[in-house]
Ligand binder design. Sequence first.
Ligand SMILES: Nc1ncnc2c1ncn2[C@@H]1O[C@H](COP(=O)(O)OP(=O)(O)O)[C@@H](O)[C@H]1O
Ligand SMILES: [Mg+2]
Length: 349
Amino acid sequence: MEMNRHTIETLLRAVTHPTTGTDIISMGLVENIQVDGHKIRMRLVFSQPDPQASAIKQAIEQRLANAFPEGEVKGHIMELVRPQKPAAKPAAAEYDGLAGVKQIVAVASGKGGVGKSTVAVNLAVALAARGLKVGVVDADVYGPSVPKMIAAETARPDVRQDGDREWILPVERYGVHWMSIGFFVAPEQPLIWRGPMATNALRQLTRQVDWGALDVLLIDLPPGTGDVHLSMIHDLPLTGAIVVSTPQAVALSDVEKGVNMFLNKDIRVDILGLVENMAWFTPAELPQNRYYLFGRGGVAALAEKLRLPLLAQIPLVQSICDSGDSGEPIALRSDAAGDAFRALAAKLL
Ligand SMILES: Nc1ncnc2c1ncn2[C@@H]1O[C@H](COP(=O)(O)OP(=O)(O)O)[C@@H](O)[C@H]1O
Ligand SMILES: [Mg+2]
């Protein structure tokens, strides 16, 4: 028999691992067989330290010495432990969870605390009540408030394994599919992200989620207009944006910044309209009364100036605040506050 790589490999198929009983070639233990004159060299590669290593080595030497009396194996088998790299998981960017989503609408604001999440949650519930398939991403990765607003603070999304892919399944409540970073962390845990991490987290919360077929996906953006926002928005195939404001002058000046962010030449997202939240205060015991605490007509005037539709005026009422805290969206109720959100859904459609 000629002494070459092929004949050596064939002979080594008869050498089995003492523990598993599998031959060492099939196990992939043998690498780099070389014939150099009389010398036969090879590498024995283990993924972890193997107590059978020297027994295997001896079996190889014996086997080859019998077949090739002139050959020289002893001292030429190199032993090596090389831990296996875990198979690379696909990055969030490689998931296409948004493929079945018809429209993606961002809900934005210049300032925090103007009711952006309240609007996003109630608009979603009102759209679902009209028979649409609706999803919501709480993209406020710094201060996720959606889980509390839908009484799902303890919900933990399931994961569906699909080959090397791990799909996150949205949490279902009130006929809407929800996703929030808040489902993955304890409520009291502060979330501190650097810009690229926040962008990547959002990518996972949107693309790596198994949304299935949706008519509309609302994105509750974090307040502000910084670089993180720009890269978040840049990354999403948005249909358009809704900008929420209160009538206060300080809020209004930030709205213009928010609107300009979407009109930025690198982003160019249509603004579908403005929503005036806390437009007036109505006390529960005097439902006909309107008190313009933060001024009157501010958002309407801004909408006119910017040539944008004013989609809705939502009153400041105790029940909206309470429903946010109790986790039962006001849009489920058939009162004036619920009507305001139903009107917004109708207008948006
Ligand atoms: N129209 C409203 N009437 C009463 N309370 C409201 C109204 N809109 C928002 N709130 C309350 O104000 C707080 C901030 O609202 P939120 O939606 O979390 O704002 P943002 O997402 O813009 O930070 C919440 O406690 C919410 O319940
Ligand atoms: Mg919010």
